[in-house]
Design a protein around this ligand. Sequence first.
Ligand code: PMP
Length: 429
Amino acid sequence: MVQLATRLSQADSPPTEPDSALVGGSNSAFPLPLEGCIQRGAGSRVWDEDGREYLDFLLASGPLILGHAHPRVTEAVARQLADGSAFHAINRPALDLAERVVAVPGCVEMVRFASTGTEATLHALRLARAHTRRDKALIFSGAYHGSHDTSLIGLRGARAQRGGVPRSSFQDTVVARFNDIDSVEAAFAEHGDSLAAVLIEPQQRGRDPLPEFLPRLAELCRESGAVLIFDEVLTGFRLAYGGAQEYYGLEPDIVCYGKILGGGFPLSAVGGRAEIMRLADPARSRKSRYVHISGTLSGNPISAAAGLATLAELEAPGVYARLHELGKRLRSGLRVQFMTHGVQGSVIGSGPVAAVHFEDRDGPGSGDDLRSAVNAELIRRGVLAQLHTRFYVSLVHTEVEIDTAVEAFGEALAAATKGAATNGASRAG
Ligand code: PMP
């Protein structure tokens, strides 16, 4: 058995000498301080190999909006699995899912599937570049579009270069600030003629766009000829069935989906106006503007079957009202805990997500240190959530479970701030 590198006792200082075959004991950039491997999930719960039970607000980093092992998804996957797991060739579940995605009101007239959100945003940028015959992409600082170079420039800024992103990628990337239309106008004034695309998370890391932000952005794109790409990997089928397009009432040129679309299996999609999407038609492969989009397991029938089963559940009446209600309950509960415990922080998000922010504070440790410490305390209390990203809420969470998580968050705040105060006192001494 592979030992996880992170031990609870070391929770708030990740090991520098991993004792695992898996680098950092994880496959994520945000490993959680767990005591052992997660072995099983059902509904809103997961269990580790030693039988520890967790109330799960990680939900596999977002795809499991129906919870773990939902019977309809499991059934659909089992049926397909018996008939084969991958063909590369066109298959019925993939074709049906493509039709479902095209039926979502908005800009998507045609789609292509891939396996990850990273690929979807990468393919979207490539389509935009071929369509406009331009190179530059405008992105927003702090946004995340996956682990490709352009995305990491937005996420990590200049630090990305030391982490293996070539200098040349910076030349084609323009960075503006989310909700700061002046910074966007300045970027268009300087680079408008060479911008192929604007790639944006319409709700960036839980922050809603200001009312005029997206419409003005769309206008600037129209005027300059840049392609507007909504990265809906997170918001798609979550904020509303029609994602951010429906929720904010605005159509881009291209949309990227992932997470929920595959129902917990690897699947993503890039879709958009037919005029742009047709550039990826292999029948055009001898043409100069042909866009190569392909992947061995892209649109595999298992993921597509899981996606179809998931979307069918999400189409039921009242689903989104319920998800929004639960998300709101969680956010207001978390806010109360910040106030009750006198910790400076804020809670943002809309729909079934909640992101917590810890203000930088006086005394020992930064807001980030405190966040890690609270995260460890929360997990110790049996609530699984990644506070460096967000809480995800599913349809199977109950009000009681939301309240349990909120209470545990309050206790975690109390324990972590007490710990910090004690450390501070001993350090100062
Ligand atoms: N875009 C957004 C908005 C995301 O939140 C993520 C993943 N969290 C990605 C893209 C990348 O998706 P993946 O991890 O599947 O590559």
